[in-house]
Design a protein around this ligand. Structure first.
Ligand code: KIV
Length: 276
């Protein structure tokens, strides 16, 4: 199997084939997601909440993203790796945006980057695309805007905000984005945007009409202790299984039943004798 590219992703929409995407933040998980044949792996800035224990994604730095993106890239052979641009890495100037996107490609080994925001971010996306770096846009509930939104809320429910989202989707398409994430928008608004765009929409909490879906891997595996949004389906519930294994380990260590003979290494008897 060869590496999924942005061309493959665009073709999938043309051929009416659904696109799968999951997040990963480390080598081991990325290798499993890759082996499962998932089309794209997002190294999301959700790493801040899921792996680093922050309340939201705002504290995540470029260095954090480069570090995690590089680990994920080392774990993948086939999936398209998308590195998320963290808060304030593409807000100050186009030059900074391009340089930071370049770090995710050069140092992180990603094949594309994702950035959040509406019409006000299109010029930054365009600058990055002009530097030959594929960009996935992300509109709707953009978690980096949590303070501006006053919480994590569904977006595009009234006429003005719905029209704004449609306009932003078209503007990102025109700027050359290869795909667009729609997060927490009403199902029929996501359907309209999906029908109007020639680039694929990747939904998260945006219903089944999107061209593809993305979820946070720890949420869908039942491995995250924090708040799980309504749109998440748990495809497994690993947390109790992991805890059961951890408890079994503790009990065996305390009882002296682990490690067993089969877990040890031998030494020649004559060597041992000379030690006494
Ligand atoms: O950071 C992330 O995981 C994301 C997804 C929720 C789309 O942006």
């Amino acid at each position: 199997m060869s590496r999924v590219t942005v061309a493959t992703i665009k073709e999938k929409k043309l051929n009416k084939q659904k696109i799968s995407m999951l997040t990963s933040y480390d080598y081991s998980m990325a290798a499993m997601v890759d082996e499962a044949g998932i089309d794209m792996i997002l190294v999301g800035d959700s790493v801040g909440m899921v792996q680093l224990g922050f309340e939201n994604t705002l504290a995540v730095s470029m260095d954090d993203m480069v570090h995690h993106t590089a680990a994920v890239a080392r774990g993948t052979k086939n999936a398209l790796v998308v590195g998320d641009m963290p808060f304030m890495s593409y807000h100050v100037s186009r030059e900074e945006a391009v340089r930071n996107a370049g770090r995710l490609i050069q140092e992180g080994g990603a094949q594309a980057v994702k950035l959040e925001g509406g019409l006000e971010r299109v010029e930054f996306a365009k600058a990055i695309i002009d530097a030959q770096i594929p960009v996935m846009a992300h509109i709707g509930l953009t978690p980096q805007s949590v303070n501006a939104f006053g919480g994590f809320k569904v977006q595009g429910k009234d006429l003005d905000t719905a029209k704004n989202l449609i306009a932003a989707a078209h503007a990102f398409e025109e700027a050359g984005a290869f795909a667009i994430t729609l997060e927490c928008v009403p199902v029929l608004l996501a359907k309209k945007i999906t029908e109007e765009l020639s680039i694929p929409t990747i939904g998260i909490g945006a219903g089944a009409y999107c061209d593809g879906q993305v979820l946070v891997v720890n949420d869908m595996l039942g491995m995250f202790k924090g708040h799980i949004p309504k749109f998440v389906k748990k495809f497994a519930n690993l947390e109790p299984l992991i805890k059961e294994a951890l408890l079994a380990y503790k009990l065996e260590v305390e009882a002296g039943t682990f490690p067993g003979e089969e877990h040890g290494f031998t030494i020649k008897e004559d060597v041992l004798e000379r030690l006494y």
